[in-house]
Ligand binder design. Structure first.
Ligand code: URA
Length: 432
């Protein structure tokens, strides 16, 4: 078999066989296929797509490219959630402790920020001392003992995805439905969960810009998971505007803590309790609405926040930061962004806001870049709010004052003030 022929076949709209897909992923994993041929095939897939059969074979090949996790030593039902990525999306930091506080086991592997989107692992590393790398034995022992652990992916876990993802990120091939489905579900199937809730983001700040595309992606991933014996559901949630008010690592952890204290933004709280409710429901704890009621109770009685504290302590993090978020390191500089006109905030383009936060130092431009954990944006207005000319609509935070001009320009260019916009749904649909 030759990689050249596989690229040519897909370029011309052909359907790749299981063997051709296995050859490709094998070569990605052992390093025998050069980056330019991997990138060329990703681009051909981007333009020509894949059938459901090809996408399933690609997913299983990614799953089988490395070690699989064995959670059989964990007693009880194991549930996971996965977001397709967004801006201000700190839901895992809220949802995982809620669900674990109600007795469902959460053994979670999360990713780092990617492009304009943030990542749970970077956020957790904003907590002094928090270890995002645990040995398999430590990971399993912690889940068994306190019901929850969140770690980054080890080198041996779905290594083909790691390589593919890094290349897709720099070759403009991230937003391809079969490539996203195989990337997410390949990793989910290599872990050993009983139930999976997918948070498929839709809108400018997500990789799927239209609700229709997001639904199709959700359907595909739910079907792949169900075929592999998992209990699955996907929520299509709004990512046209940032979720909550905070964008940037420690700012988002602080907002997650506020949410677990019952003082979080309405949109974030709503999305989190809905995701948690569906996870609980898949884990046999009643209907989704009963699950949502349980999730709200876990916030109200403080048990979800206590679970987050337990996890932070178990993974070496400084729990004093969770109990008193004013202790988080503050950025050295800040700048207010003022409304250029009076009216209603009718657009706050999530992708551009994510890029603005990146420019402040909250994310990476290359894999080697260091993150400024205190950098980011605190919004003071959400879409639909009334604003007065000259009023601050956001505060920018950074240790690098030279980054403010570009970040402010990006944010203002992506902000529109005008007539009061119609309300948009937070959850567009449920698939599965
Ligand atoms: N998240 C992933 O893990 N993979 C993708 O391709 C997109 C979002």
């Amino acid at each position: 078999m030759r990689m050249y022929d596989i690229i040519k076949k897909k370029r011309d709209g052909g359907e790749l066989s299981k063997e051709e897909i296995a050859y490709f992923i094998g070569g990605v994993t052992d390093g025998s296929i050069p980056d330019y041929q991997i990138s060329a095939l990703c681009m051909a897939i981007y333009f020509k797509g894949m059938t459901v059969r090809e996408t399933c074979d690609l997913t299983y090949a990614v799953r089988d490219s490395g070690d699989k996790l064995d959670f059989s030593s964990i007693r009880g039902i194991r549930a996971d959630k996965h977001s397709t990525g967004g801006v201000g999306d700190k839901t895992s930091l809220v949802v995982a402790p809620i669900v674990a506080s109600l007795g469902v086991k959460v053994a979670k592997m999360s990713g780092r920020g990617l492009g304009h989107t943030g990542g749970t692992i970077d956020k957790l590393e904003a907590i002094d001392g928090f270890r995002t790398t645990l040995s398999d034995a430590e990971f399993l022992k912690q889940v068994e003992k306190i019901g929850i652990a969140i770690v980054g992916q080890s080198k041996q876990f779905a290594p083909a995805d790691k390589k593919l993802y890094a290349l897709r990120d720099v070759t403009a091939t991230v937003d391809s439905m079969p490539l996203i489905a195989a990337s997410i579900m390949g990793k989910k199937l290599a872990a050993d969960d009983d139930c999976i809730v997918l948070d498929v983001k839709t809108g400018s700040g997500s990789f799927m810009k239209s609700v229709e595309e997001s639904k199709a992606l959700a359907r595909l991933m739910v079907d792949i998971g169900k075929n592999a014996g998992k209990k699955m559901v996907a929520l299509i949630t709004n990512m046209d505007r940032p979720l909550g008010y905070a964008i940037g690592n420690s700012l988002e952890v602080i907002e997650a803590i506020q949410t677990l204290r019952g003082n979080g933004p309405e949109d974030l709280t709503e999305v989190c309790v809905t995701l948690a409710g569906y996870m609980l429901s898949l884990a046999d704890m009643g209907t989704p609405s009963e699950g949502i009621a349980l999730a709200r109770k876990a916030i109200a009685d403080g048990s979800a926040l206590e679970k987050l504290c337990e996890m932070v302590a178990a993974q070496g993090g400084d729990v004093r930061l969770i109990r008193d978020p004013a202790r988080f390191k503050q950025a050295k500089y800040k700048r207010e962004v003022c409304a250029p006109a009076s009216g209603y905030l009718c657009r706050a383009d999530a992708e551009a806001y994510g890029l603005s936060s990146l420019a402040l130092g909250a994310g990476r431009n290359t894999a080697e870049d260091a993150i400024d954990y205190a950098a980011g944006i605190l919004l003071h207005k959400k879409t639909g709010d009334a604003v007065r000319a000259g009023e601050s609509i956001a505060t920018l935070y950074s240790d690098d004052p030279a980054s403010f001009d570009a970040a402010e320009q990006k944010l203002l260019a992506a902000t529109e003030i005008g007539q009061r916009p119609a309300d948009e749904p937070l959850v567009y649909d449920i698939v599965g």
